[in-house]
Design a binder for this molecule. Sequence first.
Ligand code: DOR
Ligand code: ZN
Ligand code: ZN
Length: 451
Amino acid sequence: MDNLKSPENEISGLPSLLIRDAHIWTENRAIRGSILIEDGRIQRIARRIAEQADEEILAERLVALPGLVDAHVHLRDMRLAYKEDFTSGTSAAAAGGFTTVLDMPNTLPPTDSAQRLREKARRASRNILVNTGFHAAAVGDRAAVETMKMAGAFSIKLYLPKPIAPLDLGDDLTIVEVLKAAKEASLPVTVHAEDAAQIEPTREIRTFKELVGSRLGKAETMAVSRILRLQKQIGCRIHFCHVTLPSSISSIGNWPLGGLSSEVTPHHTLLSEDSVEKLGWKAWMVPPLRPRRARSRLFREMATGNATIIATDHAPHTIKEKRRPPQKSPPGIPGLETAMPLMLTMVYKRKLSLGRLVSLLSTNPAKIFGLSSRGSIREGVDGDMILVDMKKKGKIDPDKFFSKAHYSPFEGWKTQGAVHTTIVNGSVVYSNGEITGKPGSGKVLRNGSRG
Ligand code: DOR
Ligand code: ZN
Ligand code: ZN
């Protein structure tokens, strides 16, 4: 009813939303209640809310969780828009329950200067459906790191196998400069930890299995210990992207100096290199899938809380590109639309607790990337939330993806538990299989601003 709208609401014009009778995940447990979102923020959480709102959702059979935060996605766009663009990528995010994503800088052009970051942000602002922030590429120039921070970058990405912007990464001194610059700018360094020298194929490669065999875990072990050694000198914050070995998780977790975090992906925790033999290009990504035993131990590290976050490393390519011969096939798989049904299935099978899932996919990534108003359901924070149907059965079907990349190594997997509704800044952007948000309804996030 119109006369019940608050004055602020009338000023901002944002419709209010009332979620009635949900199971609300708050302070690590589920309570029964209703949530009123006004002006894009959670205004009230109570057992009963008598007021009416512009829109209401009766959520009796649904669980309200904080909106998921994916700290590692490749939304592409610009000259790689044929693989994915801001609208298709953030639609995939909305369908997967991600209300915030952080985009990687290996685009065309790369995100390697403040100006390029601002251009990307400008383009994104008209096209995104969920909140989107940007990581920036490691560059040699300290002043440039500072200006990228001022432009809103969330981290400095160090891609050890092949630098995104020209840098000599064979040399420790160059890396030290990057770590120092990031520290000065108070930014974390996000690292793709594979040692370049270890991944040069030395023999002829005919199959994806051989390709994966040429890229061993040793490359990760060496890169992790190198970065840890340099972190000791500099003391900057380091986030290790898509770690694949249980031993890497323990080296990072047991590091006495602090300032470190680790990320695992659904594919490295659920699939082993056996999938490469069966599926070829569909299961080709870097770092590659690992042997069965490492995979199950990595899953355990994640489920017990030794890994800090789950990220998808959503890395879309066209099927035509992926089908090329192994050494010409670009690595990467889409992950935004499969992560949540897969992980909810693990909750259903009691291999992962719901509390851990929320920490790994929402609370912890929000915390480590400074998104203080996201990652939990509380009064006063941004209205980013998902409603989950824990009973809903499904099957992974890449033809139905909103992403442009219609393939997945999880194709055909049966799931239990699904995202029913995705709410971004108080607006429903996805509901029951349909995208309901408009391009431009997501916000561009800048590091350090409330968002
Ligand atoms: O598999 C991957 N794909 N790993 C990366 O590090 C890059 C990514 C991409 O951009 O396609
Ligand atoms: Zn990577
Ligand atoms: Zn990546």
